[in-house]
Design a protein around this ligand. Structure first.
Ligand SMILES: *Cc1c(COP(=O)(O)O)cnc(C)c1O
Length: 364
């Protein structure tokens, strides 16, 4: 039996009729750039997250980069984040000319507020916690620490659409938040797409110009900007998928609770706090003898992934930052044990059972 990590064929079987009709309508009108679906999707997405605004951009990396530009982050500033994220969290900081300052994580793989406190300096101009895998970071503690020094918090919510903490959706708890709508994310376009949420009118206005050449209208340019708009075609695809997102997450959560119940004797399963709603972009266990387990599962037809095998501070690109092995013990220890099991919403009960049995067999 094969258990694939993703299943795009099944997704288009599921929503292809609606998605193609939506794309066809855009093609017939021809408003490919900032067409009506972009605005429509932005409004629906803001409502979903519980924010006043949402600004669609070309991808999740641009949504981090443009958020920092809109907040006035400059070369020489320091921005604090975690070293166990997708590389663009750190890269977008570095590409502005600012310095990525890493802090270690807690057992839950998210930013440790105590370590954050210790890392703040007079140069700290933003904090970017990542809701890794869909599990919300400790936003309340982080906001208290940041608020004390008036430092803006940008949520990297790329993996956490639909997650919440104490009833508040991720994306609504920072000054602004960055989402990726990449094909591999829980809410996914047919290519690259991203979106930024915020409650600030000023920030939203600035972001709308930044993504569109600095234009205030068709002919007047206020400052040099970028070409980083969300395509109308992608927005048209995302509208019906946003309507299905509740169902998507529900199925992923059902698989997760099945896994957790069955696997807690062999591996460390993800914990979920009373006040947390984890949307399970990834289902990550911490497993003894991880590499051999991974090979064994591969032989059983089960595709797994590691998010992420090399912490960012140990990447060659980060060598100028002066970190080394031992700088972030929790992240480094996790990198050797973490394994992401298949959790896509199209898994059948038989496939889920096959994963559980295979892991059991490996350890016994
Ligand atoms: C996917 C992702 C991004 C970048 O998104 P893209 O749309 O691929 O540019 C940024 N941060 C995290 C945590 C991600 O998972």
């Amino acid at each position: 039996m094969k258990v694939p990590y993703t299943n795009f064929a099944k997704q288009i079987e599921d929503d292809g009729v609606e998605v193609l009709a939506a794309m066809r309508a855009v093609m017939a009108r021809g408003d490919f750039i900032l067409g009506k679906e972009v605005n429509d999707f932005e409004e629906r997405f803001a409502t979903y997250c519980g924010t006043k605004h949402a600004v669609g951009v070309a991808n999740g990396t641009d949504s981090l980069f443009l958020s920092m530009l809109a907040l006035g982050i400059k070369p020489g500033d320091e921005v604090i984040t975690c070293p166990n994220s997708w590389i663009s969290t750190a890269a977008s900081i570095a590409l502005i000319g600012a310095r990525p300052v890493f802090v270690d994580v807690c057992e839950d793989q998210n930013m440790d507020p105590d370590k954050l406190q210790q890392a703040i300096t007079a140069k700290t101009k933003a904090i970017i916690p990542v809701h890794l895998g869909g599990r919300p970071a400790k936003m309340e503690d982080i906001n208290v620490i940041a608020g004390f020094r008036n430092i803006p918090v940008i949520e990297d919510a790329a993996q956490s659409v639909g997650s919440s903490l104490n009833g508040k959706r991720t994306g609504s708890m920072g000054v602004c938040a960055s989402f990726s709508l990449h094909p591999l994310k829980n809410l996914n376009a047919l290519g690259d797409a991203g979106i930024i949420t915020t409650n600030s009118d000023a920030l939203a206005t600035r972001l709308r110009k930044l993504r569109n050449h600095g234009l205030r209208n068709r002919d007047e340019c206020d400052f040099w900007g970028y070409n980083s708009r969300l395509d109308t075609l992608q927005a048209a695809v995302l509208i019906p998928r946003l309507l299905q997102l509740g169902r998507t997450i529900q199925r992923r959560k059902a698989v997760a609770s099945h896994y957790s119940e069955a696997l807690q004797k062999c591996v460390v399963v993800p914990s979920e706090g009373q006040n947390e709603f984890h949307s399970y972009h990834t289902y990550v266990v911490k497993a003894p003898d991880r590499d051999r387990l991974r090979e064994y599962l591969d032989r059983q037809g089960i595709e797994t992934k590691i998010h992420y095998p090399i912490p960012i501070h140990l990447q060659r690109a980060a060598s100028h930052l002066g970190y080394s092995r031992g700088s972030f013990p929790q992240v480094e220890a996790d990198a050797l044990r973490i394994l992401s099991l298949p959790i896509n919403q199209y898994l059948t009960d038989d496939q889920v059972e096959h994963v559980i049995e295979s892991i059991y067999n490996f350890y016994t």
